[in-house]
Design a protein. Structure first.
Length: 344
């Protein structure tokens, strides 16, 4: 009798493992889209609840559709436009560097001479570095456009998942709690802490970095710089680096204005950097981070870069979220599981 029971369990769980593996192979191409949908819903769920309150008879399907359209209009479409402009600017730089007519070669030589006067023995060839960058870009140009098309498809699937997560998210959560072998109270605590961590990282770090990058691009545009979108993107990444921030863009650009004799523009850009960008970092960022969990900015930078490598452009959001979830799990383990284990 016991042997028959063992055979039944082995057959059942073996068959379940095979079916689960096949299911994983089917869903694996959409994991990134589902992760993005889950992040969007976690961040925007308070907005969904407000929309639901104003919906006649609290129709969840209508509220989910309206909230998904709002996310598409407010978040996805601007990011898509920004990505297309960024690619266009990068392609234009590639064409300039790929040709043999460098209109700024004399400026590069003068800059090299000025640096050599401050640092004796310094020998750099900026034009050669630019040529190498152009060569690298030429080898990866097709991959960049292929990644963009793949990203658009991922966003399309993510929007469908966002709608269903808004509408059926509570039922999904209850089912997950029932399936989990942990006590229901601990499952609810884990999900709650994860939601707080995701919102705090997404709004307190990533959103602030994007705002700083946008303001940097606006300031550079006002003072006559080309490729402002590209430089703003670099500033947004620099905002994630501890003790660096948007100065990674402002210091070279202000130095360039001083170098070419545009002293008024240099002063104006400095004021813009201090007021429009610096105040955001000192006030808006701490306000958002005070509403949730804090995280070291260096870890967030690594998570952003690693997320972009692993998930593509949407890794800018997904990477820090995965890091925050891992840290929450470690904290919950230390608070609720480790103290109950007997010490040797």
């Amino acid at each position: 009798m016991l042997l028959n029971r063992v055979v039944e369990y082995v057959f059942f769980f073996g068959f379940m493992g095979i079916v689960g593996y096949l299911l994983w192979l089917m869903f694996a191409p959409f994991i990134t889209a589902l992760a993005l949908a889950a992040v969007i819903v976690t961040i925007c769920y308070p907005m969904y609840e407000k929309v639901l309150d104003y919906t006649p008879r609290r129709q969840e399907t209508v509220a989910s559709l309206i909230t998904t359209l709002l996310v598409l209009i407010i978040v996805i479409l601007p990011i898509t436009w920004l990505t297309s402009v960024l690619i266009g600017e990068t392609v234009s730089i590639y064409k300039i560097l790929g040709s043999n007519q460098y209109t700024f070669s004399e400026t590069l030589n003068e800059l090299e001479d000025m640096l050599a006067s401050f640092i004796p023995g310094l020998n750099i060839d900026l034009a050669e570095y630019l040529r190498q960058s152009a060569q690298w870009f030429a080898g990866n140009l097709g991959a960049i456009f292929a990644g963009t098309a793949s990203t658009l498809f991922t966003i399309f699937i993510a929007m469908i998942g966002t709608f269903y997560f808004f509408r059926d998210g509570r039922e999904f959560t209850r089912t997950l709690i029932r399936i989990s072998p942990l006590p229901d109270g601990e499952d609810s605590l884990i999900l709650k802490r994860m939601g707080i961590a995701v919102r705090s990282v997404a709004t307190g770090v990533v959103l602030v970095a994007m705002i700083q990058g946008t303001l940097t691009a606006i300031g550079l545009t006002l003072f006559g710089f080309e490729r402002a979108i590209l430089l703003g993107t670099v500033a947004a990444l620099g905002a994630l680096i501890p003790s660096v921030g948007t100065s990674i863009v402002f210091i070279p650009t202000i130095g360039y204005l001083l170098f070419v004799g545009e002293y008024g523009s240099a002063i104006g850009l400095t004021v813009w950097a201090v007021l429009a960008v610096g105040l955001i970092d000192n006030f808006l960022g701490p306000y958002f981070m005070s509403r949730g969990a804090t995280m070291h900015p260096f870890l967030i930078l690594l998570a952003v870069l690693g997320g972009i490598v692993l998930f593509g452009p949407i890794g800018f959001i997904v990477g820090p979220v995965i890091l925050s979830l891992f840290i929450v799990l470690i904290q919950l383990y230390m608070q609720h599981i480790a103290p109950s284990e007997p010490k040797p």
